[in-house]
Design a protein around this ligand. Structure first.
Ligand code: A2P
Length: 345
């Protein structure tokens, strides 16, 4: 990488994804001149750790990007914050990498997974904004793109098993508090704020709001975003489910291909794919699980098997750390590629 170093703002630096972004900026050796952690007025003056040093958190304001001469701004503080402040960052000349859903489906905004469509990053100039896809979409396209390239995907049916951290730090706390209430026989009156129902010792088949066609917004994000990233209108149906896991989303995926596909060949292709690790020894009970995926930057794939009736259908299980692969890792990989592209122009 270059000798140029960048002023990098992290909006939502005190949040679940923001904290991972700080770790990854260091881990991926992004050339940082000045780190500017931004959060709400509540956190202004508190400190975050970056490269073993404490850095003071500043309040997010419309003018902070210009004042701090921000060149790269990573947003992870929710859609309404991005809606209001990302245009100010872009106007101040920064490239915005946005983790929320607010800009994702806008025509002029590239939606990027660096392992899948890195070439779309160059469209960033149109608005100054690059969107990071939904967590469940990212891990699915990382695993499916290499198979699509060889065999052509016709249709995807997916059920997700999504961790509470996808809804932020307070949602993780809610699961922990409810588990405590279970242990102390207080579960009857446990507090429910972040999810539509109790999440401890439960499974909730609803993430985000329902739309008129019976699918939730989260489920439609998986459909629309996958088609945009892969530049292909394959059929997709998704059922998104919240499970009492802290970190790591899993997905049971059924994929219909144009051609006959052998599970061993698919395993071989995936074992060589960028960002993918295959764990597939079912006889030894080895397959991907959230606990093992936590803190990792790869997408894990296992349980790869042919359909019993139709040899052009594969079933598989995909797990990844939603805070990393599904958010921070993807965002920081976009930053890394953007820097490479800018400097090789
Ligand atoms: P703060 O800690 O000051 O509330 P999570 O996804 O884990 O819930 O984190 C959300 C992140 O977004 C936090 O860093 C939070 O900062 C930040 N955030 C929430 N509301 C605002 C706001 N109004 N202005 C700036 N940052 C915000």
């Amino acid at each position: 990488m270059s000798s140029k170093k960048y002023n990098i703002a992290v909006v939502g630096a005190t949040g679940a994804v923001g904290e991972e972004i700080l770790l990854l900026l260091e881990e991926m050796e992004i050339p940082v001149n000045k780190l500017i952690p931004l959060a709400s007025a509540r956190s202004a003056g508190s400190r975050v750790t970056f490269k073993n040093k404490e850095v003071a958190v500043l309040e997010l304001t419309e003018s902070v990007f210009k004042e701090q001469e921000v060149e790269i701004a990573l947003f992870s503080a929710g859609g309404s914050i991005s809606e209001k402040y990302a245009p100010h960052a872009a106007k101040a000349g920064a490239v915005v990498v946005d983790n929320t859903s607010f800009f994702r489906m806008m025509d002029d905004v590239p939606l990027v997974v660096p392992e899948v469509n890195p070439e779309d990053i160059k469209e960033w100039k149109k608005t100054g904004i690059i969107a990071n896809p939904n967590c469940s979409t990212i891990q699915m396209v990382i695993a499916l793109k290499p198979l699509d390239k060889e065999y052509g995907i016709k249709r995807i049916d997916v059920s997700t098993y999504q961790a509470t951290s996808g809804a932020g730090k307070l949602a993780m706390d809610e699961l922990m508090n409810q588990m405590r209430d279970v242990m102390n026989f207080r579960f009857e009156n446990t507090k429910v704020e972040k999810f539509p129902h109790k999440i401890a010792i439960n499974v909730i088949p609803q993430i985000d709001k329902f739309t008129e066609n019976g699918f939730t917004k989260e489920e439609l994000k998986m459909v629309n975003e996958t088609q945009k990233i892969m530049h292909k209108k394959m059929q997709i149906a998704s059922t998104c489910v919240r499970v009492p896991v802290l970190r790591g989303h899993s997905e049971a995926v059924t994929v219909h291909f144009e051609d006959i596909i052998d599970a061993d060949d698919a395993r071989e292709i995936l074992s060589k794919a960028e960002g993918v690790t295959v764990i597939d020894e079912p006889q030894k009970s080895k397959y991907p699980m959230p606990l093992e995926a936590t803190g990792k930057n790869d997408t894990f794939v296992g349980r790869i098997r042919n359909d019993i009736y139709d040899k052009s259908i594969l079933h598989m299980w995909i797990t990844a750390d939603n805070l990393r692969v599904g958010a921070a890792t993807n965002a920081v990989k976009i930053v890394k590629k953007w820097i490479e592209m800018e400097e090789n122009k």
